[in-house]
Design a protein around this ligand. Structure first.
Ligand code: 5SJ
Length: 116
């Protein structure tokens, strides 16, 4: 049907999100940053993002393409790079996740094209 062709199968989006989350071995992106623990977070970050929020959006069919998923992934990574100074574990983890995540997302784009 048309909607199947226009939207990469949920299976591609779900597997891409899972592959990205598997690379967060420190599990620092699993849930939203705890604003009680990090009270000044919203002074630096206007739109928090994390993998649990991305999963909710995916299951609510808010992602119509791999590009939509990629946009929230990039938001999550850039929030972390902005809030955490470069000499922190968080900042270094975000740089590494951006690197390995980029390759996963490029492959997913190709898969989506062949599926579509
Ligand atoms: C229990 C205390 O947790 C944190 O302070 C904390 C926990 C997780 C975090 C984070 C802070 N900061 C971040 O930028 C994102 C990536 N992750």
């Amino acid at each position: 049907a048309l909607e199947v062709q226009l939207t990469p199968a949920l299976v591609v989006l779900r597997s891409t999100l899972q592959q990205l989350q598997d690379k967060d071995t420190a599990c620092i992106f699993t849930t939203p940053v705890n604003l009680k623990e990090v009270p000044d977070y919203l002074e630096f970050v206007s739109e928090p993002m994390d993998f649990s929020t991305m999963r909710e959006k995916l299951e609510a069919q808010k992602y119509c393409s791999v590009a939509d998923l990629e946009a929230d992934f990039n938001l999550m990574v850039s929030n972390c790079l902005r809030y955490n100074s470069s000499d922190t574990v968080f900042h270094r983890a975000a740089l590494q996740l951006r690197q390995v995540g980029g390759a996963i997302l490029r492959r997913a784009q190709r898969q989506a094209l062949s599926a579509g």
